[in-house]
Design a protein around this ligand. Structure first.
Ligand SMILES: NC(=O)c1ccc[n+]([C@@H]2O[C@H](COP(=O)([O-])OP(=O)(O)OC[C@H]3O[C@@H](n4cnc5c(N)ncnc54)[C@H](O)[C@@H]3O)[C@@H](O)[C@H]2O)c1
Length: 328
């Protein structure tokens, strides 16, 4: 696909996945016009103590496109976007923190704002690719398949409602609309998600500091589909030209354990620290086994994930070390 001379909106572009998308276009399609829309961070926190938004200017250092600060839940902010004629919209802005329990703000931000952006995409005839989540599945049995969801928290519910809205809109929209259910994404530019950054980064820093890695009890049996950012970017690009609009899983298709992460990190860092096992405080709202069924993603988007956990950690390790040196 050639995105040169196209106008591209990335909501949530100051966040982890959005900023990686912004640099993907800048580096590969220098004649694309890329607009980032993000609320950045305000210092406000939710009742769980975490920041209300994780956008950070440092994720965009070196970005040459346009930046608009704004709130997707505010119509007057979204109206600024009406001055453009977007060809593609990558909607990543959301409350990405799965442990937030404030239901109204979750629905306002993740669902209502998506409805407004979908309207805008339809009016502008822009391709809409948006971030859904593997959290829509809750503890539905693995491998998780689109159509069999059981969200265990308000975050997963909000994403499932976005997908339901998509199915409704697909019936009459003349633009492609694609929802991507990311599983556990990791890689550069996630550092500013603080405690909600991937455990690959967090374990990496524990090990680099010489502390014993702290895992939940039974971590060799807690399995997740960890997917590297490069494969997630590829999924977004492939989603721009789908054989069929719809909702698709984005993972590797192969679940790995949290223990695997620590073992691979220790192997690649040449350490042999003894692990500490602590009780899991999230039982009941916690996913113990996720593995994306990616058959339809392969068939309808041509998605073909390439990065194993070993390879992803190898690619990421220099950045994990750099961050450790910079912020320790
Ligand atoms: N990282 C993962 O493992 C993962 C997994 C499943 C789904 N997702 C989804 O992917 C998308 C991107 O996630 P991420 O990991 O990059 O998280 P992130 O928190 O780094 O990025 C989200 C961005 O949205 C911005 N934002 C939040 N509220 C906003 C608002 N009201 N108006 C405008 N901007 C707002 C934040 O400032 C942030 O920059 C999200 O929709 C998230 O739910 C991520």
């Amino acid at each position: 696909m050639n995105f040169n001379n196209k106008t591209i909106l990335i909501t949530g572009g100051a966040g982890f996945i959005g900023s990686n998308l912004a640099f993907y276009f800048q580096n590969n399609f220098p004649d694309a016009k890329v607009v980032v829309f993000d609320i950045f961070r305000t210092g406000e926190t939710f009742s769980n103590g975490n920041l209300k938004s994780f956008g950070h200017f440092q994720n965009l250092l070196g970005f040459k496109g346009e930046i608009i600060s704004g709130d997707i839940t505010k119509k007057e902010d979204l109206n600024r976007l009406r001055d453009y004629k977007f060809d593609y919209i990558f909607h990543q802005a959301a409350i990405s923190d799965t442990t937030v329990s404030d239901q109204k703000i979750m629905i306002d931000t993740n669902l209502n704002a998506f409805r407004d952006l979908l309207d805008m995409a339809c009016d502008m005839k822009a391709v809409m690719v948006y971030a859904s989540s593997g959290a829509t599945y809750g503890n539905a049995p693995a491998p998780q398949i689109v159509g069999k969801e059981a969200p265990a928290n308000i975050y997963g519910f909000s994403k499932l409602m976005m997908d339901n809205l998509t199915y409704e809109r697909i019936k009459r929209a003349d633009i492609p609309i694609v929802g991507l259910r990311y599983f556990n994404v990791y890689g550069p530019r996630e550092y500013f998600k603080n405690k909600t950054a991937s455990m690959i980064l967090q374990f990496g820093h524990q090990i680099l500091s010489g502390n014993r890695p702290r895992l939940f009890e039974g971590s060799n049996k807690i399995l997740r589909d960890f997917v590297y950012i490069d494969d997630v970017i590829e999924a977004n690009i492939k989603a721009c030209n789908p054989k069929r609009s719809g909702v698709y899983n984005v993972g590797t298709g192969k679940a790995r354990s949290f223990q695997d992460i620590v073992d691979i990190l220790q192997n690649q860092l040449g350490t042999n620290l003894e692990c500490e096992y602590i009780p899991n405080p999230f039982v009941g709202q916690y996913q113990f086994f996720t593995e994306a069924d990616i058959n339809s993603t392969k068939e309808y988007l041509g998605y073909d994930p390439k990065v194993t956990l070993e390879e992803g950690i190898k690619r990421y390790l220099p950045e994990i070390k750099r961050l450790y040196e910079e912020y320790k």
